[in-house]
Design a binder for this molecule. Structure first.
Ligand code: G6P
Ligand code: MG
Length: 222
């Protein structure tokens, strides 16, 4: 029986993944690494330093910088990202997501946040959605980031639920792998060819409703 929902934030609840993409693209240009859609997809859902390491690897520059220089570039990306968040408000919540979150909350499901972003509390406050979340995982406390299952395992645990009692929502390949590894049901949002490992998939957030999830999972009730 499903008792909880575990949410990614960027690209699932709000279009902030676009801003992460813009800020990483700017940094890749500065580092002389060619930006591609494939690189952009690889970075989705991945934490800040892991993302920088992926960019450097992609550009065959993994040994070009000291740890101190990498800290500097990671901070620089974050400053660009935070600047892009200046104008963030409720209008950037993805279609149907506030209604969906409110609906599952009204139905008594428990809700936790499984975002790799250290900016997620700030983003949720700006979107006025923090009130719906029973718990959240602090990504600073994790040993391994997505695609490791740790964050989704913890997101269920903080609700006192087993992962098998939860559905995780993700727009990123690394995130779907993390949900699947935890044992929760994975719901992918976006191109099903990219999110092919998801248990169920919706192309668009507006299709994410309790009724559609029930149908997709072949459940008589949810
Ligand atoms: C999310 C985003 C990633 C981002 C990561 C870390 O998972 O999808 O694009 O790199 O969070 O975010 P942060 O705000 O802590 O740099
Ligand atoms: Mg995401």
């Amino acid at each position: 029986q499903i008792k909880g929902f575990l949410f990614d934030l960027d690209g699932v609840i709000a279009n902030t993944s676009t801003y992460h993409g813009i800020a990483w693209h700017q940094l890749a240009d500065e580092l002389g690494v060619k930006w591609t859609d494939d690189l952009g997809n690889q970075l989705k859902g991945v934490g800040r330093m892991d993302s920088l390491n992926l960019i450097l690897k992609y550009g065959h520059k993994e040994n070009a910088y000291t740890e101190e220089q990498k800290e500097y570039y990671a901070n620089k990306k974050n400053e660009n990202y935070i600047h892009l968040l200046d104008s963030l408000d409720k209008s950037q919540i993805l279609p149907g997501m506030e209604e969906f979150i409110k609906n599952i909350s009204d139905h008594g499901y428990l809700i936790s946040l499984a975002s790799s972003s250290k900016n997620s509390p700030y983003v949720l406050e700006k979107l006025d959605l923090a009130k719906y979340f029973d718990q959240r995982v602090d990504p600073a406390t994790l040993t391994h980031g997505k695609p490791d299952p740790e964050i989704y395992t913890r997101a269920a645990e903080v609700l006192n639920l087993k992962p098998e009692e939860c559905i995780g929502l993700e727009d990123a390949v690394a995130g779907i792998k993390s949900i699947n590894g935890s044992g929760a049901i994975s719901l992918g949002i976006g191109d099903p060819r990219i999110l092919s490992e998801a248990d169920i998939n919706f192309e668009d957030t507006s299709q994410v409703t309790l009724e559609n999830i029930k149908k997709a999972l072949n459940l008589s009730y949810l």
